[in-house]
Write a protein that binds this ligand. Structure first.
Ligand code: IMP
Length: 178
């Protein structure tokens, strides 16, 4: 593993190695291959953070599947009082499909909740969630996280797709605030 990484005002130290990430990703892929082989799932990769995980995961997925990339956009509607969530990039008809949400990290679960709420309205068959990292002390939502690589404490991490202010996504390993 390499040494400290400085991004803007912060220093990060090595936390999860490439080898550990690779094993975690393979474990997720094996579960998906075993459990969803008859479902031809559609992987919905949530950009930007999940690009690296998605590439590694899908290389290990050996069952028939489709892949699409989405972004979650939230804005305040002009007439309604609440926040409107929109999925950008979803062109497939997902009625009756098994959808696997591919996330980099689940922290509070707010992003996931928004996503699942929108997907449920589209009458999918089932929704599964796959994430590299899960922060269980922070996660307070009820949705099951079907596949996760590792549980971590409430520390800020970067690398393997995760960023600090847009930077650090390209790091091969995961780093934590030093
Ligand atoms: P949530 O909505 O609180 O679950 O957070 C989800 C999003 O917050 C993730 O997809 C990340 O973009 C970002 N996030 C949460 N924790 C971290 C972290 O430790 N490092 C970098 N980004 C994070």
């Amino acid at each position: 593993m390499s040494d400290l990484v400085t991004i803007k005002d912060k220093q990060f130290k090595p936390y999860i190695s490439q080898q550990q990430i690779s094993e975690a990703v393979k474990k997720i892929a094996t579960s998906i291959n075993n459990e969803l082989k008859n479902d031809q799932p559609l992987f919905l990769v949530v950009l930007n953070g999940s690009f690296m995980f998605a590439a590694d995961l899908l290389k290990e997925v050996s069952i028939p599947c489709e892949i699409s990339f989405i972004k979650v956009a939230s804005y305040h509607g002009t007439t309604s009082s609440g926040t409107v969530t929109e999925l950008i990039g979803l062109s497939e008809d997902i009625t009756g499909r098994t959808v696997i949400i591919v996330e980099d990290i689940v922290d509070t679960g707010i992003t996931l909740e928004k996503l699942i709420t929108v997907l449920k309205r589209k009458n999918v068959k089932q929704i599964k969630v796959a994430t590299v990292l899960l922060k269980p002390d922070s996660y307070k939502k009820e949705f099951t996280i079907d596949y996760y690589g590792m549980k971590i404490p409430n520390d800020f991490v970067i690398g393997y797709g995760l960023d600090y202010d847009g930077l650090g996504r390209n790091l091969k390993e995961i780093y934590v605030l030093a």
